[in-house]
Write a protein that binds this ligand. Sequence first.
Ligand code: HEC
Ligand code: HEC
Ligand code: HEC
Ligand code: HEC
Ligand code: HEC
Ligand code: HEC
Ligand code: HEC
Length: 282
Amino acid sequence: MGTTRKKSAIRKKWPASRILLFAAPIGFAIVWMLTPAESAFKKPATWQRMTNPGQLSAAHASLENDCAACHTPVSGVEAENCISCHANNVSLLQNQPTAFHANVDTCTDCHLEHQGRGHRPTTMDHATLSRLGLRQLNDGDQSGEREQVRRQLQVWMAHVGDESLPHHRITRDELILNCVTCHGNEDPHVAYFGDGCANCHETSAWNIPQYIHPSSNSTDCSQCHKAPPSHFMPMFMSMCAKMLGKKPDSVKQCYVCHEISAWNNMKGAPWHKKTMSHIPSR
Ligand code: HEC
Ligand code: HEC
Ligand code: HEC
Ligand code: HEC
Ligand code: HEC
Ligand code: HEC
Ligand code: HEC
């Protein structure tokens, strides 16, 4: 009964395609039931004799004596073991960058274990993500559920076949990924620079060491920056004229009012009325 409830909860929270993965543990459960009690598999000692390669992460510390929670005999660590505990992680599947979890069939490429209590068991490797996705795209499985996963994969791997690398900080594997499907919400350029994040960015960090921002004297600000909605409110310009004593011809003349160090650092009025702003500063 317990298992039935767990399974139906999983069916609700994790896409239908995942359910396929449950075939294996169910099969295992049947073998388990048919296995004589004295079988080596059933003795806890079998697990304990398997050398423990190192302490589990703090989050999994409670499983230190329950190797079978993650390890399946012979086949090793299987995704469905992880999913059976983590299927209810709604934020994981709803947050834009991690929603891909619904489409991957392996966990250990990015979630290593036994590295010690202080080690967070997560590493993000975009090239690994590409390879995982490609493998699933090309696995030849024609089933309906697989088709659904495949369609989702094609969304975040939209650049399969793209040839030329925009810069040396990005690899061919990474270029396959459609960055904006996972990072669009973090785009500080408010879509001004388009969808091709990889044209300028790498995957290990957003900052670009060799980039030098134009000087405060530049008048080109609006080539790269779009004014926030507040600036188009009817009273904005006249209010600013009063507050800052500045009268630019157009809202596009950001440089008349703004420094380049931070948006709430106004020319001639450093850190101007920061607390007055109804818009949270970035
Ligand atoms: C929270 C899940 C989890 C638990 C519990 C766990 N392991 Fe692991 N274990 C892993 C992961 C993940 C790997 C890496 C697998 C890989 O690289 O494919 C691993 C790898 C290993 C390996 C290296 C060989 C292999 O299968 O890749 C051994 C041996 C191992 N674990 C033994 C144990 C023993 C013994 C216990 C119980 C004392 C245990 N594990 C409990 C997750 C777990
Ligand atoms: C028996 C249930 C159980 C199993 C099996 C299990 N986990 Fe967990 N896991 C937990 C709990 C409980 C936590 C801590 C609370 C939380 O973050 O949900 C956790 C935390 C995590 C975290 C967050 C760790 C951190 O420090 O931020 C990751 C990532 C994770 N698990 C991945 C995995 C993977 C991959 C597997 C399979 C190898 C796995 N889990 C197997 C129960 C489980
Ligand atoms: C391509 C790499 C990759 C794969 C494959 C992957 N994950 Fe993750 N996972 C991540 C990243 C990156 C995060 C986000 C960590 C962060 O918040 O910084 C994450 C987060 C998580 C979390 C939430 C941890 C937390 O802090 O709350 C869980 C649980 C989790 N993954 C489980 C799984 C399971 C189960 C699988 C296999 C079905 C899996 N992951 C496959 C990269 C991966
Ligand atoms: C399928 C989803 C997905 C795609 C596609 C994707 N990423 Fe990510 N990316 C993640 C996740 C998950 C993380 C780790 C959690 C986070 O920082 O949000 C991450 C982290 C990052 C980081 C932050 C690294 C850090 O530690 O500060 C950068 C930079 C990045 N990605 C760039 C890119 C670029 C460039 C592309 C396109 C080539 C791309 N990503 C494609 C999911 C994705
Ligand atoms: C035309 C080039 C270009 C494109 C395309 C581009 N960016 Fe940027 N981005 C930059 C530059 C330049 C910086 C500033 C880097 C620095 O200060 O080191 C930056 C900074 C960032 C930052 C860090 C902001 C901060 O204040 O720390 C993030 C996050 C970011 N970009 C995300 C994206 C995303 C997501 C996309 C795609 C939707 C994207 N970018 C497309 C050039 C670009
Ligand atoms: C060639 C493109 C370009 C021009 C021209 C430009 N900027 Fe930027 N600016 C960027 C990029 C890229 C970033 C980093 C991404 C982001 O934070 O939006 C940035 C960031 C900023 C920031 C945020 C700093 C922070 O860390 O919070 C301010 C403020 C700023 N610019 C003001 C200006 C002003 C004022 C002008 C005109 C004098 C100007 N910029 C001209 C590209 C440009
Ligand atoms: C007439 C002066 C003036 C001009 C011109 C101007 N701003 Fe502003 N801006 C302000 C003032 C005053 C604030 C603080 C009040 C507020 O937050 O609305 C502000 C706030 C901002 C903020 C912070 C609000 C937030 O959402 O974090 C951004 C970003 C910004 N301006 C961008 C721009 C850009 C881009 C341009 C040019 C295209 C521009 N501004 C032109 C006066 C100006």
